[in-house]
Write a protein that binds this ligand. Structure first.
Ligand code: NCD
Ligand code: ZN
Length: 349
């Protein structure tokens, strides 16, 4: 018996709850991909130097808004980068700005541009307490950083050693565990106290760690936290399509110049903004749960952040298209996820 295939469907316009836009020419190269698809995005603060103050975030927001395609209503939701020296008063300034929606915790040394991150979360307890009072969201890169810890175990260790105790010490703090990668993280979020949620990227839903070594080393599949096992991937898909509002969309689209990825020490980050919602649609369709995309992509994140749901709609059509091998990226170029291969869905203009 053949199951009828949907050929097009409308979706409440989605939001991206974890995005790297970079700055300058790089930002101008990638921003149109996101603003065409998403109404809003939580913009990561890991620039160099990092976005550590309200003043820096508002200036960055201004540069993003003035780079938007004409007529775009896209809204960047800004975040601040926590350091050992972040002052609790910065939380009040951030909240009062009305433009800043969270603080990002990068354990120092965990990932791209995390050198200025937090060396020990105990050092920021006063800031976290102020965030609880101000109802500011803590966004967490959940990996321990000790070089001796196996890279595939760093998320699990972080949950046990850092995040679980932190969530207990700050029972009212709203926390998003970003880009989860393991079945263990799914179970942790499901069992957690209220006010704790997670984002999931397209690459962690589509690929497992074999994709890092398919026929040779594949630098464009390297991101942090690194891809995990096929069982982990299955658990992430099950969580994403389950309709559980604690799991929502965050692409972690993280552009890097091709020359920095295809190098002896290639940097971490997968670029997916060119086809983000289309790739998630593939995942939900393959799971037979296309109808669950609406909650995951367009509702649960807004609800968690206490923001209104979007009222506009986009249309996705089954119309396979070939992703370019590269996109321009300032003086360099960018290799997108699925480069040279096919994506099953296309967003109608
Ligand atoms: C991100 C980047 O390039 O900024 N890289 C990544 O692999 N995800 C940083 C991050 O989110 O860890
Ligand atoms: Zn990220």
């Amino acid at each position: 018996m053949s199951i009828p295939q949907t050929s097009a469907f409308k979706l409440r316009r989605p939001d991206d709850w974890h995005l790297h836009l970079r700055d300058g020419e790089s930002m101008r190269a990638v921003l149109p991909f996101t603003s065409a698809r998403f109404a809003r995005a939580i913009v990561m603060p890991n620039l160099q130097p990092p976005v550590t103050t309200t003043e820096l975030a508002l200036a960055y927001r201004g540069r993003i808004c003035s780079s938007l395609p004409r007529g775009s209503a896209f809204e960047p939701l800004m975040t601040l980068y926590l350091t050992d020296r972040t002052a609790p008063a910065e939380v009040d300034r951030a909240r009062d700005s009305g433009r800043i929606f969270g603080f990002k915790l990068y354990p120092a040394g965990a990932t791209t541009h995390s050198e200025s991150g937090v060396t020990d979360v105990r050092r920021i307890d006063a800031v976290l307490e102020r965030m609880s009072e101000a109802r500011m969201v803590l966004q967490v890169h959940g990996e321990v950083t000790e070089a001796a810890t196996d890279i595939f175990d760093r998320e699990a260790r972080f949950i046990d050693q850092v995040l679980a105790p932190l969530a207990q010490r700050h029972p009212r703090l709203r926390i998003v565990l970003e880009h989860i990668t393991t079945a263990g993280a799914v179970n942790f979020v499901r069992a957690a106290r209220p006010g704790l949620a997670a984002t999931i990227t397209p690459q962690h839903l589509l690929l497992d760690r074999n994709a890092l070594f398919a026929g040779g080393i594949r630098p464009h599949h390297f991101c942090l936290p690194v891809l995990k096992t096929s069982a982990d991937r299955a658990a992430l898909v099950a969580a994403a399509v389950s309709g559980d509002a604690r799991f929502f969309l965050g692409t972690d689209s993280a552009p890097h110049p091709r020359s920095a990825k295809e190098a002896a020490c290639g940097c971490a980050g997968v670029f997916s903004a060119h086809a983000a919602i289309e790739l998630y649609a593939e995942v939900f369709e393959a799971a037979g749960r296309l109808e669950a995309l609406r909650g995951f992509a367009s509702e649960f994140g807004a609800d968690f952040y206490g923001l209104p749901r979007n009222t506009e709609e986009i249309t996705l059509r089954r119309e396979p298209w070939r992703v370019p091998e590269t996109y321009p990226f300032g003086p360099d170029e960018l290799v997108p996820l699925r480069a040279g291969e096919t994506v099953a869905w296309r967003m109608a203009a």
